[in-house]
Design a protein around this ligand. Structure first.
Ligand SMILES: [Zn+2]
Length: 256
């Protein structure tokens, strides 16, 4: 009986030698990575990033990788920060949220894409400024000049803004995190979230484009961020989408 249980519940015990080999390999790899990281680490380095890097199963061997890994692991923090930085920049004078017509590649093709004035050639601030939020980018893609070294003129993205952009563009990739935030309750029905639950924009993005287009740009971004995201069960999502399609048709008819 014990043999059967071992076989069923602890498959790694079948190859204890291999597990040991893997852990020895990882320890050796981490020892080398830590040595490289510490050698390359600037005298001033954000403490939470270092703490997170040292806790990882695979320690990042370079400071920049540590920064990127930190933000990737904290998408909600990145979302909040990117929107706060955008608020600091404000809407560039003369900019309005427009979509590409025909072959115009300078504008976003769809209202699903977060509006990004500083990515548009007419408003881009050039090297050393982030094309997502418009603020200066410092060493290691950081958003504050901890080193008093001025902007890094070769950089055009904050590390945090890369993560925020990915979060805004594909929130479904973060469904597990969002489920946890909602304590696994459907925001539409209040029922327990099923495995098939989906990420939804509370106010659909077509409606944002239709009705909220003239809001100041930094405020618009919150429709892609956490304030406008929810996880709902599939049946509730289908019903919501049907209601939204009805609303779209209605507003089209009124406009016509
Ligand atoms: Zn930025």
């Amino acid at each position: 009986m014990r043999q059967v249980m071992n076989k069923t519940f602890t498959p790694s015990c079948q190859h204890p030698g291999m597990a040991l080999k893997t852990s020895a390999w990882r320890a050796e790899r981490n020892r080398k990575a830590l040595a490289r990281l510490m050698k390359a680490l600037p005298a001033i380095f954000p403490a939470p990033v270092l703490t997170y890097a040292l806790k990882r199963a695979f320690i990042p061997p370079m400071p920049r990788l540590a920064v990127d890994g930190y933000w990737r692991a904290h998408p909600l923090r990145a979302d909040r920060l990117a929107r706060a930085l955008a608020a600091k920049s404000g809407t560039p004078a003369g900019w309005t949220w427009r979509l590409a017509k025909g072959r115009n590649a300078d504008l976003p093709k769809s209202f699903r894409q977060p509006p990004a004035p500083y990515r548009e050639p007419a408003f881009a601030r050039g090297g050393g400024f982030c094309c997502v939020c418009g603020q200066p980018v410092y060493r290691l893609g950081w958003h504050r000049d901890l080193w008093d070294a001025g902007p890094n003129h070769k950089a055009q993205w904050h590390s945090a803004c890369v993560t925020a952009w990915n979060f805004w563009s594909a929130p479904s990739d973060h469904v597990r995190l969002l489920r946890r935030l909602q304590e696994r309750r459907c925001r539409e029905s209040g029922k327990r979230l099923l495995k098939t639950a989906e990420v939804d924009h509370r106010m659909p993005l077509f409606q944002v484009f239709k009705e909220q287009r003239d809001l100041p740009w930094p405020q618009l971004l919150s429709y892609w961020g956490l304030p406008n995201l929810q996880v709902i069960n599939r049946d509730a999502h289908v019903a919501k989408c049907a209601a939204e399609a009805g609303y779209r048709k209605e507003t089209r008819d009124v406009a016509a």
